[in-house]
Structure formats: C-alpha cells, structure tokens
Ligand binder design. Sequence first.
Ligand code: GLU
Length: 302
Amino acid sequence: MSAPAVYTGRFAPSPTGPLHFGSLVAAVASWLDARAVGGRWRVRMEDLDTPRCVPGAADTILAQLEAYGLVWDDGVLHQSQRTEAYAAALDRLKATDHAYACACTRSQLAAAPRNAEGETIYPGTCRAGLAPGAVARAWRVRVDAANVCFQDRVRGHLCQRLDIGVGDFVVRRADGLFAYQLAVVVDDAFQGVTDVVRGADLLWNTPRQIHLQHLLGLPTPRYAHVPLVVNAAGQKLSKQTLAPALPASGRGAVLADALAALGHAPPAELQGEGPESLLAWARARWHIENVPGHPVVAKRVP
Ligand code: GLU
C-alpha cells in the first residue's frame, strides 16, 4: 500500500445546475493546489438539499470536470447517501447538550437582525428550552461568546464572534434535512480532507465549521478562499444572475481566463492549447500567494 498522501483536497459542488465560470475558478484552484504538491483531489456531490437538486446536474458537472481536465481520485461521495453519519454527529451534539431543539418558525424570526451576508442572527429564543406547548422543528448548535479565528491562505488571519455574527445555528432543518454546515464538517473529516480551497462566498461559513469540528473532535483543515467572479454589475456569477453553463467548445480559452482570475495568466505562447497543457503549465507554477484576495470581474462570461 502506498503511503497516505499528505494533502487531500476536494471540490464539493451542489448539483443545482451545470458549472459556470465562477465554479470553474474554484474547482481549478482546488485541483491545482492539490496537484502542485502531488496531493489527492476528491469530488463530493452535495446533493443533500434534495428540493434544490436538478435531475441530471450531477452527471453534467462530472462530465464538465472531465472535459476541463480536472481529473479526480477515488469514487464520488454523495451526501444523499450519508444521512446516518450526519445523524450520528447530531446525536453526539445532543448527548453533550451542544445542540437543542428549536420551535421558531421563519415568520417568528422575520424581525431578528441580519448579518452582512443577509443571514438571520438567531436571537436565542429556544436556547433555554421550548416554551410550553411549542413543537420542536429544527435543531441548533450552541455557539460561545468567543472569537473563532483561522488563517486563510488567501485572505489572511480572520476571526468571527459567532454569538454576534450568527447566533446558535441550524444543524438539522425544520424539513428534516441535515444542514450544510454539519454535513460538510462530517464529510471533510470522513474524506480525510487536509485542505479546503473554495469560493470566497463561503468564507464566513468557516468559523461555524471550525466550531463544529471542535465540538465533534474532528480535525480542522487548512482553508483558502479564492476570489469570487463577478459580472460587470459586481454581482456574483450564479444561477440567480443567470451565469451561463461552461461552454463545451473553446475550453482552452475559458480555462486560460480562469487561470488569469487566479493570478496565473498563461503566456501568449499557450494560446490555442487545450486544458491538459494549460493545467500542466499552471500546476508547475502554482503559488497560492499570487491568487488575488478580492473579487475579479469576468472578462467575458463565456
Ligand atoms: N456545495 C457548496 C457549494 O456548491 C460548496 C461547499 C464547500 O465547498 O464547502 O456552494
């Protein structure tokens, strides 16, 4: 048996539609960061939020990754198959009284303050127990009045007071589904992920994930949040802003733009090359220090 790789990265798309240019940038960064050090790179399909999943999107995403030369190791892990592991993690949080049942409805929380990301800051209504007659809906994890800090490899040293910025957050939703925060922490540990490289839209999820890792006795990976790609109006490329799916042709030029967004613009001599040679070029020169720490405007939305 070969020695375990010291680096394991991952790409964790949600199959809510095909990859667009912004998701390609995150995938390429994660792939290069792993491959530049001879590390493993795994793919996890975050198909937990079944109402949002689009039939066929998972296969489309995998075909897009292959077409762009982003070859992964091992089988693809599907979160929809991992419910037992999430349930065990929640049981553990309950047993240590770190998680509690919450009866609040969306409308009851409508007046609660929101953070800069537009998320409700939970006011702690059910923290000391449910009011008589109240029905448990979701499960929340308690947060502390303490800074959670981490060293982001792109963005530097960051801290968040979870009690001020988020409040006790949901680990199992009112519809019975496990929340992204819990699933991602359980799966990153299960997949032996040492390095999370993902889009900066997820930056402020990191302190919540570190908090859960501490409560569950799981290791904390290193984190790097790569720039969001925005359109000319400054909006994040996403399905909501109608970002188009990655094109099936002209992939070399699209990949060159993705590398440029990551501060690794290929030289003119490589114009016309396909994904494999562009990735080989970038892999040999990858320096995460050269990745910008601010959003980048898509030169063109391919
Ligand atoms: N599934 C998440 C998304 O597509 C990414 C999760 C992660 O990288 O931690 O936004």
